[in-house]
Design a protein around this ligand. Structure first.
Ligand code: C2E
Ligand code: MG
Ligand code: MG
Ligand code: MG
Length: 281
């Protein structure tokens, strides 16, 4: 009897697994058509200065509006795109669109965009970026590429070479999600990063976990000694903000200062800012 019950469970699990696999295959097929079908768009989340809370720029984040499923979150479809060889193409689309948006905004507004480890292995990435910058007449220092430590899992020396060539274009390189994953300070000693982004989960837990404060303090010190700046992600409350500012973070990002916005809403924010500056000047 127990054996029968066990078999029932096994059957149930395998049916569920089968459904999951079918679902994934469907998503993969849909993903292959999604660029041509124009189902992607970028949203832009504000980054503000910790000093005066003024808008510095945005992080561009991809959104997939699936015709049946609605919005599919990036943590669901990015790994699929990476595994089925679509990340190059998707990444190229992101670079083009993020730089197009940057071109439409005045200096010193900057735009950060995320780069997958799968794109870093491509030696032609720096060329692709420099051509997009030239096409839109945007200076390299107006964009920033965000990479995670995952980029060092493969051929570290090739990654380093690609990152250095990107830096040579004036492009900023930020180490994203710092404080999670394999965070090794070994990577920092390579003189390619100009910024550390402290992961949002870490920032939000700081209130309830005092040990996080000590870690954030040492991250800020580390950044200073390597002449990097620090962004705190995931700042949702005034307390989060004050804590991160007082700990020495330079830039703040999170729902407190704005959710990821449509291009139009981000543009209104930029226009509002320049109107203010004209009044002040
Ligand atoms: P990320 O680069 O660390 O981006 C920050 C994520 O935190 C975004 O989620 C953002 O919407 C979310 N976030 C920002 N402020 C807050 C806050 O105050 N509270 C909370 N709870 N969350 C906040 P999103 O847009 O879902 O993106 C998730 C991840 O997907 C990104 O993490 C990034 O790793 C990846 N991703 C997004 N867009 C792209 C892209 O264009 N290319 C690549 N390769 N990866 C992308
Ligand atoms: Mg990011
Ligand atoms: Mg992050
Ligand atoms: Mg993240």
């Amino acid at each position: 009897e127990a054996k029968d019950a066990g078999r029932g469970v096994a059957k149930y699990f395998s049916a569920e697994l089968q459904n999951e696999q079918d679902d994934r295959i469907r998503l993969e097929t849909d993903l292959r058509n999604a660029i041509a079908a124009k189902q992607f768009h970028l949203v832009f989340q504000p980054l503000v200065s910790a000093k005066n809370q003024k808008l510095i720029g945005f992080e561009a984040l991809i959104r997939w509006n699936h015709p049946q499923r609605g919005l599919v979150p990036p943590p669901v479809f990015i790994p699929i795109a990476e595994e089925c060889g679509l990340m190059m193409q998707l990444g190229e689309w992101v670079i083009e669109e993020a730089i197009r948006a940057t071109a439409s905004w005045p200096e010193p507004i900057t735009v950060a965009l995320n780069i997958s480890p799968k794109q870093i292995v491509l030696p032609s990435l720096p060329n692709m970026v420099s051509q997009a910058l030239a096409r839109h007449k945007v200076a390299g220092n107006r964009i920033e590429l965000e990479v995670t430590e995952g980029v060092f899992l493969g051929d570290g020396s090739q990654t380093l070479d690609v990152l250095k060539r990107l830096r040579a274009l004036g492009v900023g390189i930020a180490l994203d999600d710092f404080g999670t994953g394999y965070s090794s300070i070994g990577y920092l000693n390579k003189a390619v990063f100009h910024k550390l982004k402290i992961d949002g989960s870490f920032v939000r837990e700081a209130g309830s976990r005092p040990e996080n404060i000590a870690i954030i303090q040492s991250i800020v010190q580390l950044a200073r000694s390597f002449r990097m700046t620090v962004t705190a992600e995931g700042v949702e409350t005034a307390e989060d903000f004050e804590r991160m500012r007082d700990l020495g973070c330079d830039t703040i990002q999170g729902y407190l200062f704005g959710r990821p916005l449509s291009y139009e809403r981000a543009n209104q924010m930029v226009l509002g800012l320049s109107a203010q500056q004209r009044k002040a000047g």
